[in-house]
Design a protein around this ligand. Sequence first.
Ligand code: GLY
Length: 377
Amino acid sequence: MNWSAEEKKWAAETAEKLKGKMRAVTERNRDKIPYTAVNGVFNDMGKDDIAWWTNGFWGGMMWQMHALTGEELYKEEAVKTEEKLDVVLMNDKGLDHDNGFKWLPTAVVNYKVTKNPASLNRAMLAAGNLAGRFNLAGHFIRAWNDNGTDDRRGWAIIDCMMNLPLLYWASEETGDPRFGQIARAHADRAQECFVRADGSVNHIVEFDPETGEMVRTYGGQGYGVGSSWTRGQSWGLYGFTLSYIHTKDEKYLNTARRIAHYYIANIPDSGKIPVDFRQPADCPWEDSTAAAIAACGLLELSKYVEERDSMVYRKTAMKLLQTLDAERCSWDPGTDELLEKCTAAYHDKEHEFPIIYGDYYFIEAVMKILEKELFIW
Ligand code: GLY
């Protein structure tokens, strides 16, 4: 990739800031698996909720920092996170469509780097379970498990596109096409039922679990039915790009581009991303994670299109990243979090707080431009 001098300069300078910040943060938080920070101090999901869907991202951050610096500290922490997740592999209720988010940035990347057989075993158990969630009638991977309230047997979510690389990897690793076949079948159905004509995406689609018919959509973590939850747009943009990378099927590239064009058209002049592109105009809530994930998707997408479009995607990614760097990153080495103003869901009580996957994707974006990324997806 021919990164511009400006892109390379920004990435090199940001990497230096990351090195200083992350060493202090990691040394202070050895043995934790963070999700959020309160008053600058990370919590520990190893104690609070080991099965939580975000528990692979700290491991992923550690692997990226290891790739950036070569320092053993980061690898040791990444391996600890991976090992702690073993209890989840023995807990049926802790396993769901997010197996990819948990084991791609931990076991799969460890296996790619070290060929550790225990990591291969973990990754294949996670992939087999993910494949087992495929609904044959509807050609979708079931999202969440039951919560005692909703009948979720027919629910699929756009986020799942980011988990499909666990299945693509399993087929690439074993030579057994079943995993990749399931990933492609889900991607095809998602393309048909999640992506709207204007390039925006639904968060949740409900199918009839017996017949496979599409029943309805839900607003999910966004503002409402028919709205445009920005992190969902980011998952779709990056997720379809990843399905293209793994299959080389142009239809996924075209879908990723449609979502990207919708996204780019809706970015406010400030470069700060709201929680939902269709939230009320007087609502100020932001989600910095959506910005970081979209930047990663755009940078990746820019590698597979002609120069003119590539420039548009890269320029947009740089605007998102430089806005985060200047206005939404806590560079103080005394605070644990990196990104500020992240939001899990529009209708939650709390908004705009640190969330670990925002930090992960910001680091991944920097690593892409530096060309030092450990490619996790
Ligand atoms: N995968 C759930 C979320 O993005 O919040």
